[in-house]
Design a protein around this ligand. Structure first.
Ligand code: FAD
Length: 491
């Protein structure tokens, strides 16, 4: 692997020392940086904050993200610090048992607070040789046919071949590109924070249970070492949600909804979030792309934002690496928008549906009751759970085998497991016939001859993100699949 550390003349004009600048060192930027480094791409992550905030917004990884961690050899690290959960209630808080028969070998989520996820990603990308520059805010962007010039707040400039804006919901990159962000503005606002309470835990639990009968945006849950994570509706919708509430404002809202502020004191952090729902019109403009919250924002119902964002990065990483390495077929980079924009739009829609179900008016209450009954049907429960956990995602690769476009679940092989073979982020031909070949693509695609009792197809060609690019046994069709996704043969 090439040395990715800064070199003398790093900022030198006209030299494409940097392949990709990732703007934003949140979970999505870090995931993307790791994916690029697997392909020896020279990545620089620019993060405006000098230190992480420590604020725990995302609460965990859903099943598809758990699979991705396994595919990159990161699962043991996550499991070592996370509780496994198999509870229903992922959709609109409607409590149902975890459904049987989910299409995954990892039918569970991991309760991993966002700062822990970010710490683990930081460790991983640093091991892969990524440079992360903190305290570095991007304020300008200018692209031409050869690359992108990135302006920093300190007045200096950097030059790279590509830039990816992973800079969150208020993305500067998106704004500088002039990409529209249509959708609905925030109608309600919620206060969120971690603090200590003087009230005894049993009383806190009883009050929360009572208030939640009519207000589902109210909650208090212990987070360890005596502190609680609290949510409560704000009084109105603020102009600037980057301004945190004061403790007094928080306590006033607690009293307004429950009659008590639980003796809240010593906040670790306080914040506010809205329910705005928006999506970038384009995920790519020339050499600049958008991923994560920079590309889509929606209410946190169902806990999907971080998951959706790191799944964007998983889709984009190998494609951008293929461009940089020079073997990308035409349209490969554009397939990022073509595949991920509809997935993002579907998540926005499911959060809109959840918000409607969370209403307190008689119509919403009746709808919630009806939906709750429908979810007693195992198939409905499974459909909804596969939607929220993203294991149901299928990209449109055209007509073909039923597996085409879906990501393949982990399967046991005679020698080991499928996901253990995907750690390097390369393509993979899993060949149960022993008669196929990837000659001409072996620098990009691994060929594994093995069999699995769980796989009812002679062979599958997997993209680096685990989605099925081809399934069958014909050599001619396999060649088409290799050319379509991995470019021209070499040698
Ligand atoms: C209350 C709440 C609960 C949530 N719960 C869940 C959950 O349970 N599950 C889930 O999946 N998701 C959840 N989410 C959503 C999740 O937190 C976000 O989707 C996730 O943080 C998005 O990651 P990101 O990397 O795209 O953006 P961010 O995490 O916002 O990171 C963007 C980074 O870019 C940096 N940056 C911004 N501008 C610049 C610039 N100009 N130059 C350089 N750096 C810049 C920022 O400092 C930041 O570090 C929740 C969100 C909220 C508000």
């Amino acid at each position: 692997m090439r040395d990715n550390r800064p070199k003398d003349g790093f900022v030198e004009w006209g030299m494409f020392v940097i392949d990709v600048i990732v703007v934003g060192g949140g979970p999505v930027g870090l995931m993307l940086a790791g994916e690029l480094r697997l392909h020896d791409v020279h990545v620089l992550v620019l993060e405006k904050l000098a230190e992480p905030t420590g604020q725990s917004r995302g609460q965990g990884l859903h099943a598809r993200s758990v699979e991705m961690m396994d595919q990159r050899g990161l699962l043991d690290r996550f499991r070592a610090v996370s509780e496994e959960y198999r509870v229903g209630g992922l959709f609109g808080g409607i409590m149902k048992p975890w459904p049987d028969g989910l299409d995954t070998a990892h039918p569970y989520g991991l309760a991993t607070p966002q700062p822990v996820t970010e710490r683990l990603f930081n460790e991983w990308v640093r091991e892969l040789g990524t440079e992360i520059r903190r305290g570095c805010e991007v304020v300008g962007l200018d692209q031409d046919g050869d690359g992108v010039t990135v302006g920093l707040a300190d007045g200096t400039h950097l030059r790279s071949r590509y830039v990816v804006g992973c800079d969150g919901g208020r993305s500067t990159v998106r704004r500088l590109l002039g990409v529209g962000f249509p959708g609905e503005p925030a109608k309600v606002e919620t206060l969120l924070g971690e603090m200590h309470l003087t009230e005894d835990p049993a009383t806190v639990a009883a009050v929360v249970e009572e208030v939640r009968k009519t207000q589902l945006r109210f909650g208090a849950a212990p987070v360890g070492d005596g502190a609680y994570r609290l949510v409560v509706p704000a009084e109105g919708v603020s102009e600037d949600r980057t301004l945190p509430p004061t403790l007094e404002e928080f306590k006033q809202q607690l009293r307004a909804f429950s009659g008590t502020d639980f003796g809240a004191h010593s906040p670790r952090w306080l914040s506010r979030f809205g329910d705005a729902t928006r999506q970038a019109e384009r995920y790519r403009v020339g050499r600049v792309l958008l991923a994560g919250d920079a590309a889509h924002i929606h209410p946190p119902t169902g806990g999907q934002g971080l998951n959706l964002g790191i799944q964007d990065a998983f889709n984009l990483g190998w494609k951008l690496a293929a461009e940089v390495r020079g073997w990308a077929p035409e349209d490969l980079l554009d397939s990022y928008h073509a595949e991920r924009h509809p997935v993002g739009a579907a998540v926005l829609d499911n959060t809109r549906a959840q918000i409607a179900l969370l209403g307190t008016d008689p119509g919403a209450t009746a709808l919630r009751g009806l939906f709750s009954k429908l979810m007693d049907f195992e198939e409905v429960n499974r459909y909804v759970t596969e939607m929220i956990t993203a294991v149901g995602v299928r990209y449109d690769f055209g007509e073909g085998h039923e597996l085409l476009g879906r990501r393949l679940r982990d399967v046991k092989l005679k020698q080991g497991r499928l996901y253990e073979l995907m750690r390097g982020g390369r393509g993979l031909l899993l060949d149960q016939t022993g008669r196929l070949s990837v000659e001409g693509w072996s620098d990009r695609v691994d060929h594994v001859v093995d069999t699995s009792e769980e796989l009812d197809v002679p062979a599958v060609l997997l993209r680096p993100d685990g989605h099925v690019a081809w399934a069958g046994e014909g050599r001619r069709e396999l060649l088409d699949g290799l050319c379509r996704w991995f470019g021209a043969a070499t040698g």
